[in-house]
Design a protein around this ligand. Sequence first.
Ligand code: AMP
Length: 282
Amino acid sequence: MQIIRSVGELADYVAMQRRHHHAIGFVPTMGALHAGHISLVERAVRDNEVTIVSVFVNPTQFNNPSDLATYPRKEEEDFRMLAGAGVSAVFAPAVEEMYPSGTSRDHEYKLGSAAEVMEGKYRPGHFQGVAQVVHRLFDLVRPDRAYFGEKDFQQIAVIRNMVESEHVDVEIIACPIRRAADGLALSSRNALLSEEQRRRAPGIYAALCESVDYSQSHTVQETHDMVVERINNIPEMRVEYYEIVDGRTLMPISEWGESDFAVGCITVYNGDVRLIDNIRYK
Ligand code: AMP
């Protein structure tokens, strides 16, 4: 596996793959890798002749400086996992390499109404930062296919909108959420949980699963309220938002009949650690 630090080296590597007509799969990550990331990588390795993974904690998508400062980093272990999964090259640039003229944003991406709700509302500027880094990475890697996890359900919709508005020629592939045996969605941030917090964290997915049965005989509002109440009753947990939305538009629904693809998207503070998850109702 080649470890690439500079934009120039990456351009050379990509040009060489293109000359050989190799299909390129790409998985953007912020590192601190776990089995969820690796499931995306394995899919990319299966589908493409060459798989490139980026490991870059992108400062422009953090609206909270302490979240950026505490974000877990473990590069050597990441590289070992990626090499073991059959990755061809990892791109792990310094911040100055990605943003040579600074991290301020000079371009407003058209991300549609999908970027205004939920994470868009609670993390102002977050999706503009995500669009900025992913667009720049797509420009450098020029992948045939790019892989994203459904754990960040809203992010996939926003990336699709960016790809459309910027006319990027890439296939976006959504991959299912990987969970720990106790149901907790795998996340780099789980490493920040105390033992107690980690022990209670599966309560989030348990409430979501319970709500799927509950939704059969209750309204959208009742189902919403049940989830929020269950989780807020767990010590140290506070639901930031729970929204039941149409999975395509990400607009909230008020009746089950309004959508044939209803998804519940949740964000919970477990102590100071912000966790997200989602569940499909239909
Ligand atoms: P991150 O490093 O958190 O930016 O995540 C990089 C990619 O991995 C994103 O497309 C995430 O949606 C995906 N991902 C993170 N956690 C999981 C998970 N538990 N299951 C599947 N994909 C995931």
